[in-house]
Design a protein around this ligand. Sequence first.
Ligand code: IPE
Ligand code: IPE
Ligand code: MG
Length: 257
Amino acid sequence: MYHKKRIVISLKDKISLNKLPSHLAVIMDGNGRWAKSKGKFRVFGHKNGVKSVREITEGCAELGIKYLTLYAFSTENWNRPKTEVSALMNLLVDTIGKELKTLTENNIKLKTIGDISKLPDNTRNALLDCIENTKDNTRMTLILALNYSSRWELVEATKSIAQKVNDGELSPENIDENTVNAHLSTAGIPDPELMIRTSGELRISNYLLWQLAYSELYFTDVMWPDFSKEHLYEALIDFQKRERRFGQTSDQISINS
Ligand code: IPE
Ligand code: IPE
Ligand code: MG
């Protein structure tokens, strides 16, 4: 019998592998609204968001992106109803436990940014365990921003720089951009060349303010639980069409490239 073969063309083939961002930052947004539109509780949206985390992590690793930072819980998210906060924390424990094997098999290192000391003990312990178990992995680093906010991070960096000045280890005139970089929770990690936010919100929400200084921003109306690899490829293709000028003129850029 004759079977018609369905040929699926993926946007992946349109991506230039030599023009990928080394660091992709994402604000995973819209879980609650996605669930609500289906007549479900918000937590249902968070649970389905995990699937997208898996897809995008895999998609980035397959392409060869070295760093992926996901905004998972902001310092402001503590203001949500207690039940939602604890559901999110439990979901995190669950997910980390389940994904450790996949991270290991795929040679992916887990890291967090944010004050994880304030997370519930079981959540923090699951994270620390996974971080320890994946610390020698080299293919990609997955960074979860947890109890993170950029202003918190900048305050912390300021405090430790001030302490060094106070202790006589550093003189104020020697403070430059590198000093600040070295005191952020992203020390040693390149700035994201691209930041994606899902769900149609057009804001940064206290995310990587210093590090995003020259990032390309990509906003999509797709809700996070619907965000698939193809959506990721679409964002990367869009990014690759942009001209990153860093203050120079377009003519200067074309002469130098
Ligand atoms: C993002 O989805 C997940 C977290 C912030 C933890 P939201 O929960 O913000 O979903 P919306 O924005 O209310 O739809
Ligand atoms: C930002 O999303 C934080 C995370 C994605 C974890 P929110 O949905 O909390 O952002 P705002 O408060 O609506 O800007
Ligand atoms: Mg939101």
